[in-house]
Design a protein around this ligand. Structure first.
Ligand code: DP6
Length: 333
């Protein structure tokens, strides 16, 4: 973007969430959302946060007292967003009042990484008001201050965020693994009871296996990078399974434990195990919530859905693939 462009009146960003194949779970003590583990993720096509930012309050007939934040049509006061806006204004000269409208085309706060797409969209939207324009890495560092996983969602395809780093980097774009599919199984639409931030901090403070989790991350990372480089789903899937199960072991051993799994989540894990025994190449992962995400090949997707239905009955799902980076549209009058 040319640096002498005027500032926009309105910005609209469409961003997709970042699904961690290798998990970010634990923070370093210094800095904001600096990860204690490396993570590797894929940006998910089809799931979208659309965020509009505008400075034209009077046209909207709105009062001009502070920022206005509207999520899924509800005006909200969200401390995480307010803190992020304060941080962004400390770093960059930004308009002092903004109206921010955001909506998701998928359930919010239900374990589908809505905070990653939410803060990636917000950071990319604010980026349109910053001169000179931010580089990808600067944008990633800005998004990280809102939510760690958002620093990966400012890129498409496959991303890597190295432990101790302030930003993620793109590794392969969305065309790299054409036949990879992600089946997102919605076992519930209820918002989760504990947010990932507080669960992560609680586990790092109280789980006796947390230090092993951090140590093992190096090994999981090597395995996963090799799987990704070889486009080898079995190798990637085995590393992914180790990473999510070890992450959950820090939750189960926290005091008190954090239990996101529902009986329905377990049923999907079991079914997935059975499908693998029967020769299907399908691998599950979970995040801070009860939903289960499966990685598989396009050619086997139909069969996997059919076989899963036989095992667990009808279920709600979204089919995704490696997605694009955020799209930013600006309007100057
Ligand atoms: C399990 O990025 O939501 O999804 O940095 O505190 O905002 P904060 O945490 P957040 O945690 C994501 C945790 C995870 C794993 C991952 O996305 O890597």
């Amino acid at each position: 973007m040319a640096d002498n462009l005027p500032l926009p009146v309105r910005v609209r960003v469409t961003a997709s969430p970042s699904l961690a194949l290798l998990k970010y779970w634990g923070k370093e003590k210094s800095g904001i959302n600096i990860p204690a583990t490396s993570s590797i993720a894929v940006t998910l096509s089809g799931l979208e946060t659309v965020t509009e930012i505008s400075t034209d309050f009077n046209q909207d007939g709105k009062s001009s007292a502070g920022d206005q934040i509207i999520i899924n049509d509800e005006p909200v006061s969200d401390p995480k967003i307010e803190l992020f806006l304060r941080y962004a204004r400390d770093q960059y000269p930004l308009p002092s009042q903004l109206t921010i409208r955001s909506r998701n085309n998928f359930p919010t706060s239900a374990g589908l990484a809505s905070s990653s797409s939410g803060f990636a969209a917000l950071a990319a939207g604010l980026g349109a008001y910053i001169r000179p324009a931010l580089s990808g890495i600067e944008l990633s560092a800005l998004a990280r201050a809102g939510s760690g996983s958002a620093c990966r969602a400012v890129f498409g395809g496959f991303t890597r965020w190295i432990r101790g780093s302030e930003y993620a980097v793109p590794v392969y774009d969305h065309t790299y693994w054409e036949d990879l599919r992600i089946l997102l199984i919605l076992v519930t639409r209820q918002p989760k009871s504990t947010g990932s931030r507080s669960a992560m901090n609680h586990c790092s403070q109280t789980s006796p296996v947390f230090s092993s989790w951090i140590r093992e991350n190096h090994r999981h990372e090597e395995m996963m990078l090799a799987g990704l480089q070889n486009r080898d789903l079995e190798q990637l899937g085995a590393a992914m399974r180790q990473s999510y199960l070890f992450m959950f072991s820090t939750m189960f051993t926290a005091d008190p434990p954090v239990i996101y799994w529902l009986p329905e989540s377990m049923a999907v894990i079991r079914a997935c195990e059975k499908l693998r025994r029967n020769g299907l190449n399908v691998w599950e992962t979970m995040d801070a919530g009860p939903q289960v995400k499966l990685l598989c090949q396009e050619s086997e997707t139909g069969r996997i859905v059919e076989e899963l239905e036989k095992e667990i009955g009808p279920f709600e799902y979204r089919l995704s693939r490696p997605g694009l980076p955020p799209a930013v549209e600006t309007c100057f009058d």
